[in-house]
Design a protein around this ligand. Structure first.
Ligand code: XMP
Length: 507
């Protein structure tokens, strides 16, 4: 498949570049700057990302322009553009002050990169170095009030550079610039779409798996559910989906999801393991220990079930593209670091071959694929839910009584969010049960009961998050309902901490 390759120098925006270009129907792949790149006939262009480094830093990432310049067109963005300038003999200097925010881009020279782009448009800047001298045979094609070299190209080579960020929402005509680069300069046809992906992936899965049996763990989450339905379309009943009830799911969730899976005709094997999880968690208070116990118990339960199915050759997983990129890129180069804590991480010495049908998709694409495959909105647009479930929302020791309290409170909060059309306006919402008893008064009686925290955040990918500004009246209403309906709780508080410094979950 024709594609644009994005070379990642560790910018926080690299994935955004890849996503934006896919939005216009062109397939992209991200590869770290230090890995050697094969330019086969499918690669039609290269984009160089930004970076937290300056090109003159001691350990600044570099790239071998000479090896690629004659093969495909190259577009440098921010650091990528500056690295190009340095490499061809120009100069990059520290700016007097960091330029961050909107600027007006003025086109200075007709260039195919700016076809149909307005003469003046808003672009987004984020840099502390400036290109001060262009190499020989390079020319300015756009400037801003602050910097003359906002965009440039080489006269005799297929090289372009942008100091601003076309991938960022605030750059008004960024998509046009990407489209020009891809379709006009690299000559790629825009035909990457969810339905094409489904068609090609089903073919690929059939050819690869043939008549073998495949197992996978499904959780009710978007990724595993879409992966399972896609596999089911390809290989039918040879996919065995194992759905474990850890006892740590929300009120009614196990049955609801199971019903949906059955409606979708998945060959699903429900496993009731509530007692095992509860027993292993009894008297354990440390968050990391809880995570480890849940992770290893999950593997035990899953493998025991898998062993009951004969002749299994493959293990399918719902891995998606951000996981693949994050584990491939040098974390030292990336400034944002995400800790991985997926339950269901399987042992290294596993005897199955691994198959990951969603490996090249971003989350929004997984949802689009899911919609085309007919998965219901309850699955596709549900908030993220951690693998260890309610266990990491009960601070300290987990008990059946506490699970019951938390489930009731959670249901009230989530139902009210839905009722007030707020569920889809927050990225994730949760209730947390604190092992803190405080004094209250109910009727004329003194009470001494637990505390519930309401947590709601806005985020793009969970790596950073801001607390949601839910309306006061709404929070007040939820608080009243919880105190009236949930025995054992006499105080409700709202978490107003962002990530960082806090995390989304409390454990
Ligand atoms: P934190 O708490 O790290 O959460 O800010 C970021 C996102 O990850 C989810 N999360 C988990 N998901 N297993 C998971 O599968 C886990 O152990 C886990 N811990 C946190 C969290 O719900 C949020 O969406």
């Amino acid at each position: 498949m024709n594609k644009i390759l994005i070379i990642d120098f560790g910018s926080q925006y690299t994935q955004l570049i890849a996503r934006k270009i896919r939005e216009i129907g062109i397939y992209t792949e991200v590869t770290p700057y230090f890995s050697s790149v094969q330019i086969d006939e499918n690669v039609k262009g290269i984009i160089l990302s930004g970076s937290p480094y300056s090109v003159d830093d001691n350990n600044a990432p570099t790239w071998d322009f000479k090896a690629y310049e004659a093969k495909v067109p190259i577009l440098g963005i921010c650091y990528g553009a500056q690295l190009m300038i340095k490499n061809y003999g120009g100069k990059v200097q520290k700016s007097a002050r960091r330029e961050f925010g909107a600027a007006i881009l003025e086109i200075k020279q007709n260039d195919i990169l700016f076809k149909d782009v307005s003469n003046k448009s808003v672009v987004w800047m984020s840099h502390s170095d400036t290109i001060s001298i262009l190499p020989k045979d390079f020319t300015i094609i756009a400037s801003t009030n602050n910097i003359p070299v906002a965009a440039f190209r080489a006269r005799n080579k297929n090289l372009w550079g942008l100091q601003f960020h076309p991938e960022v929402f605030h750059t008004q005509e960024g998509i046009k610039i990407f489209r020009n680069f891809a379709t006009e300069i690299c000559k790629i046809e825009a035909n990457w779409s969810p339905s094409n992906f489904i068609k090609n992936t089903i073919e690929y899965l059939r050819e690869t798996i043939k008549n073998d049996r495949v197992i996978m763990a499904v959780s009710g989450g978007v990724d595993s559910s879409v992966a399972a339905v896609l596999l089911h379309k390809a290989i039918g009943k040879n996919l065995y989906s194992i759905f474990v009830n850890t006892g740590l799911l929300r009120e009614g969730e196990f049955q609801e999801v199971l019903d949906i899976y059955r409606k979708l005709d998945l060959n699903v094997i429900p496993v009731n393991a509530e007692d095992i999880f509860l027993e292993k968690l009894s008297a354990v208070a440390d968050p990391e220990q809880k995570r480890k116990i849940i992770g290893s118990t999950f593997i035990e339960v899953f493998m025991k079930e898998a062993e009951k199915i004969s002749d299994v050759k493959w293990l399918a997983q719902g891995t998606i593209y951000p996981d693949v990129i994050e584990s491939a890129t040098d974390v030292k180069a990336a400034k944002t670091i995400k800790s991985h804590h997926n339950v269901g991480g399987l042992p290294q010495n596993i005897k199955f071959k691994i198959i990951e049908p969603l490996r090249v998709l971003f989350k929004d694409e997984v949802r689009k694929v899911g919609e085309e495959l007919g998965l219901p909105k309850e699955i596709l647009y549900r908030h993220p839910f951690p693998g260890p479930g309610l266990a990491i929302r009960i601070i300290g020791e987990v008990s059946p009584q506490k699970i019951k309290i938390l489930r009731k409170a959670d249901k009230i909060f989530i139902d009210e969010l839905k009722k007030h059309d707020l569920y889809n306006k927050v990225w994730q919402a949760a209730t947390i049960l604190l092992p803190v008893k405080t004094v209250g008064i109910m009727g004329d009686e003194r009470s001494y009961q637990w505390t519930i925290v309401l947590r709601a955040v806005n985020s793009v990918d969970g790596m950073t998050a801001d607390w949601s500004r839910l309306p006061y009246d709404f929070i007040a209403d939820v608080s009243n309902k919880i105190i009236n309906d949930v025995n054992g709780v006499n105080r409700v508080v709202y978490d107003i901490t962002s990530k960082p410094p806090a995390t989304i979950e409390w454990e």
